[in-house]
Each structure stands twice: as C-alpha cells, then as structure tokens.
Ligand binder design. Structure first.
Ligand code: C2E
Ligand code: CA
Ligand code: CA
Length: 560
C-alpha cells in the first residue's frame, strides 16, 4: 500500500507501516533535510538522512520548529517559506512547514530545509550591482533612496535631524572634453574616494550619475555637520593629479534638512538639488542651504525658462529689436545703429537682454534668438539703405555660444543672402570673451565671417583679459570701448589715458574706435578731444523701436 492521499488542507495521511518505509526511502534521497515533530510535545518522530547527518540542517530546522511551537502560531507559518542563515557554516536555508497526521494518529509538523546559499549569493550580487556605482564603488541613486527613506523615518521616530548634501562638480565637462573621458573617470574616482574618506561619511556617499554626488548626514553625525561641510570644502580646495598635472575642480553644493524641510525622499533630494543650482547661479564653488527664497528664485527661473522655450518655438515674435544711434564724433551725425534685443513676453512682461540672454545661452536658445535679431536688423538696414541712406549700417551682437557653432559662417551667410542686405553695411560685434578662446579657431571664424563682407567689432573692450598685443593680431575693424571707462572719464586720469592709448593704437592698426555709454555733454566733449571716432550713448539716444529710431534719426531723410 502507498500514500492514501492528500486532503484539501494539504495534510498528508499515511496508511500502514510499509508505506512508511517507502516514504522514508524516498525522503532519504532528496537534497533537502526533513524533520517531523509532534505538534504537542515537540518530540521528533522522523528525520530523513540529510537532516540527521548534517548538523547545521538539523539545527536550523529544529530552531524553526521550536520557535513556531513556542509562539503557538504553527498555523501561521504553514506555506510561508522562511529564510534562515547559519552562521557557523555560512549557509542559507529555506525552511517550509507542512501539517500532517502522523502514522500513530497524532498531529505533527513536517519541516523541510533546502540549501539556497547559491541563490542567495546570486541575489546579493544582483543587489550589489543594483546598489553600487561601478565606476566609483560608491552606492548609487537607488541605494540612496532606500537609505534616505530609512534615515528620515528614524529621525521622525526619534525626534532628531539629518541633512542631505547634493554636490555637483563645477565645469567637469571641460576636464572631460579637454582630457578625454578616461581622465574624467579617474577624476570622478579620486573625488569619490576623497569624499568617502571624510570622517563619518563612509557608507553614506552616493553617486547619482554624471558628476553628481549625494551625502546623507545621518542624525548621529548631524552635530558635526559644520565639520563635515568644512572637510568637503577643504577637499575641493586642493588640486587633483591627472596626467601628472595638477587640476583644480571645484564643486557647488546644496544642503537640505530632514525632517525640517521635508520628510519625503524625492522632495528633500529635489530641495538639495535646487539649493545646489542656486550655488551654481551665484557663482559656483560654494554651498547654499535650501530655503523658501531659494525655491522662489528657482521657480522664477523655471518660469522664464519655460516661457522662453515656448517663445522661441512659436515663431520668436515676442522678441523685438531696438536700435540705438551711433554718431560720428566730429559731425554728430548718426551713421549707424546697434541692434539690441528685448523680450516682450506675454507671460512675464517686458525684459531687457541682461535678464534673459545668459539663460538663453545656457539653454542653447541664443542661436535661434540671435539669428532672428540678425535677420531683422539686416532687413531693416536694407530698407533704410534702399530709401535714401545707402551707407547707413547696422551693428549686431553675436554671442560666444553662437560663434562657437560649427556652421556659424555658413549660417550667417544664409541670413545675409536671404535679406539681400549689402554685407558691407553690417558690423558683427564679438566680445572679448570669445576672442580669448583658442587663437587658431578665433582667427578661422573671424576670417570666415569677414570674407562674407561684414566688418568685425570687438565689443566691451577693457572688461576682459586681452592684452593689446593680442588685439593687434586679430583682423578687427572696430573697437568698442566699454562704458565702465566712460562713467568717470571726466575725473579719472587713468580712464582718459586708457582711451587715449586705444585711440593711438587704433590709428596704427587701422581700426575705428567707438565709445559706449556716453550720457553727458562733458564726456562727449572730452572724448571728441581725445580723437575717438564714434560715440554711442544715452546722450545721443537710447535704444528704441525701429519706427521711433527712424523718426528720431533718419526723419526727413527717409524716402518713404
Ligand atoms: P552691449 O553690446 O555692450 O550693448 C550696449 C548696452 O549698453 C545696451 O544695453 C545699451 O542700451 C547700453 N547703453 C548704451 N548707451 C548707454 C548709456 O549711455 N548709458 C547706459 N546706462 N547704458 C547704455 P542693453 O540693450 O541692455 O544690452 C545689454 C547687453 O545685452 C548688450 O551689451 C549685449 O551684450 C547683450 N545683447 C543685446 N542684444 C543682443 C543680441 O541681439 N544678441 C546678443 N548675443 N547679445 C545681445
Ligand atoms: Ca554690443
Ligand atoms: Ca558693449
């Protein structure tokens, strides 16, 4: 006779001794240990061979059975596998319970234990890979979430505080692009090791991706937060060695507190990130604590960002070009103008370029805006040229970001052709910050642009770092002296000497000098005496819409 059957509740009922022997044989030959115990007394009624011979299996099963019997909740553990680790052997077992009526008719528990060590190891490996950053060996974003959730929960329960520090390296892209990715990777590894080596931080540092790191300052370390911040600052004040050369790589850091700022993992991380961006915006290489002011400044920026993307994608017509007169210093005649963009945003109101050009450059939208300004200005100039002012010319600003586009020369050529303007009547203004890029490239671009016909002006001269020797090498037509030299020129001998020097230099290298920001008659008189060629400033006119510009400066001379 064999097994009689298994009842609906999963209880196995045996009938007769011969079946016991058969079952024993079968059970002795399987890999798992099996023990049957009486439910009342805990007496061992049966053990298969592996359970009897392998002490750790025996002990693991017996511990589980005794625990269950003591707790009085055997029923609750039926059908729920339990994972148990045996410290002496280093093995993992999965223990399962079944209830049955033993041969003698008494109620019993049958417990089996299978070795799942290999499965566990595989799991741990997967978990390690899932929780660690392969490049730096730090934990990753996923683990950060898990740990932060726990840290916040603990802090709420115990009434203490912790902090999230969000670090982003400054200008890491330059190192990556300049030296190559493999050196960028080495730098990330060095930085990761440096952060993890700060007292108290090992095991609490995470690489979130790219050049972003997060540190969780757990409540136990929170009292030392200032020390931790100081140590991080010191770490980034020293140089790193790459290709046997010293490199500085600074960072911007945002700090948010839990539970004070938020008890939500994503929210608190976002807040630290927002504070980090505020640190970047205010000049990098610093840290900023999260606050509601930081939040609203960011929200405003996001507003501008979204509106700008929209304005650019829906035809750019929110951007308007104003024109400011540039006059001949001797005759006071308006011979040209500078095209200056404004943004008349439906959502945010009227904005000057200072408020949105840097962001447009950052977002890569400046090329679209700049192309639009150039096209508008060229059209307008052609109109004026065709209507009685054949020599009138227009000055248009080009951003560094625009100039560094691969196809900048080709692109500008297209715009000039499309508008039909005489290229001789266009001046392209480049800034000193572009001119101090790689000389070879700068030369190539300037030469390419000049071949199309326009003249080139160096804008904001005197605010950057370029030496006069450097300027001499560039094929410039015009130098525009920055307003900062003009503000106090009447009283400031140095400013006067500077302008005089530039005037003399321009004569020897054949460029014209424009002075910007002239607001008073005294300034004008002085500059005229110094031999400046052209003047631009509120004294002769502010930037105004095209129609107003015509009325003020070309009135009666326009053939309309
Ligand atoms: P910028 O090229 O140096 O332009 C001259 C700026 O000085 C203009 O400011 C002009 O309004 C201002 N200005 C001229 N004369 C006076 C004066 O007598 N007193 C005072 N207080 N200011 C004077 P705006 O229009 O605000 O433009 C600021 C900057 O924005 C420009 O400086 C230029 O760098 C940038 N920008 C303007 N339009 C464009 C554009 O279409 N493309 C690019 N890339 N940048 C532009
Ligand atoms: Ca300019
Ligand atoms: Ca300027």
């Amino acid at each position: 006779m064999g097994l009689q059957g298994i009842t609906d509740s999963g209880t196995i009922i045996y009938k007769g001794k011969s079946s016991y022997e058969v079952v024993q044989k079968i059970l002795d030959n399987i890999d798992s240990g099996i023990v049957v115990c009486a439910t009342d007394s805990g007496e061992v009624l049966f053990e298969n061979r592996i359970a009897a011979r392998v002490p750790e299996i025996h002990r693991t099963i017996m511990d589980c059975i005794h625990n269950a019997l003591e707790s009085g909740d055997v029923q609750g553990r039926i059908g729920t596998p339990m994972e148990r680790y045996n410290t002496e052997s280093g093995l993992w077992f999965e223990v399962k319970f079944t209830q049955l009526v033993w041969i003698s008719g008494i109620n019993a528990i049958a417990a089996s234990a299978a070795d799942i060590t290999q499965k566990k190891k595989n799991q741990q490996k997967i978990e390690y890979q899932a929780h660690n950053d392969f490049l730096t060996g730090l934990y990753n974003r996923m683990k950060c979430e898990v740990d932060l959730r726990k840290a916040i929960k603990d802090s709420v329960q115990n009434g203490n505080k912790g902090a999230v520090l969000f670090i982003d390296l400054d200008d890491f892209k330059h190192i990556n692009d300049g030296l190559g990715h493999q050196y960028g990777d080495i730098l990330l590894q060095q930085i990761a090791a440096g952060i993890a080596g700060i007292p108290g931080l090992r095991g609490h540092c995470y690489r979130m991706g790219g050049d972003e790191f997060v540190i969780i300052v757990e409540p136990e370390l929170f009292g030392d937060l200032d020390k931790v911040i100081n140590n991080i600052t010191l770490l980034f004040n020293k140089q790193w060695y790459l290709m046997e050369t010293e490199y500085f790589c600074t960072m911007s850091m945002g700090i948010a507190f839990f539970p004070d700022n938020s008890v939500d993992v994503h929210e608190i991380t976002r807040m630290a990130d927002v504070a980090m961006y505020a640190a970047k915006r205010s000049g990098k290489n610093r840290y900023v604590y999260y606050s509601s002011e930081v939040e609203s400044a960011t929200a405003q920026r996001l507003d501008i960002e979204n509106s700008m993307r929209q304005a650019v994608s829906t035809g750019i017509d929110e951007f308007v070009v104003f024109y400011q007169p540039v006059v001949n210093a001797d005759t006071q005649q308006c011979t040209s103008c500078e095209a200056l963009v404004r943004w008349d945003s439906k959502a945010l109101g009227f904005m000057g370029p200072g408020e949105f050009i840097p962001l447009a450059e950052y977002l890569g939208l400046i090329t679209s805006i700049g192309d639009y300004v150039l096209e508008e200005a060229c059209r307008r100039c052609k109109l004026w040229n065709d209507n009685g002012h054949p020599d009138f010319y227009v000055n248009v600003n080009l951003s560094v970001v625009q100039l560094l586009q691969k196809d900048v020369v080709e692109n500008i050529k297209k715009i000039l052709e499309k508008t039909g303007v005489n290229p001789k009547n266009v001046v392209l203004e480049i800034t000193e910050s572009f001119a101090i890029n790689d000389m070879h490239r700068v030369m190539e671009i300037i030469t390419g642009l000049k071949k199309l016909g326009p003249r080139i002006a160096l804008d904001d001269f005197g605010t950057g770092y370029s030496s006069l020797n450097y300027i001499k090498q560039l094929p410039l037509d015009i130098i525009k002296v920055d307003k900062t030299f003009i503000d106090d020129i009447v009283e400031d001998d140095y400013a006067q000497a500077f302008v005089k020097l530039i005037v003399d230099l321009s004569k020897t290298i054949g460029t014209k000098i424009v002075v910007e920001g002239v607001e008073h008659k005294e300034q004008y008189d002085l500059l005229k005496r110094l031999g400046v060629d052209y003047i631009q400033g509120y004294y002769f006119g502010k930037p105004v819409p095209a129609k107003v510009f015509e009325e003020n400066n070309l009135e009666g001379r326009l053939g309309e």
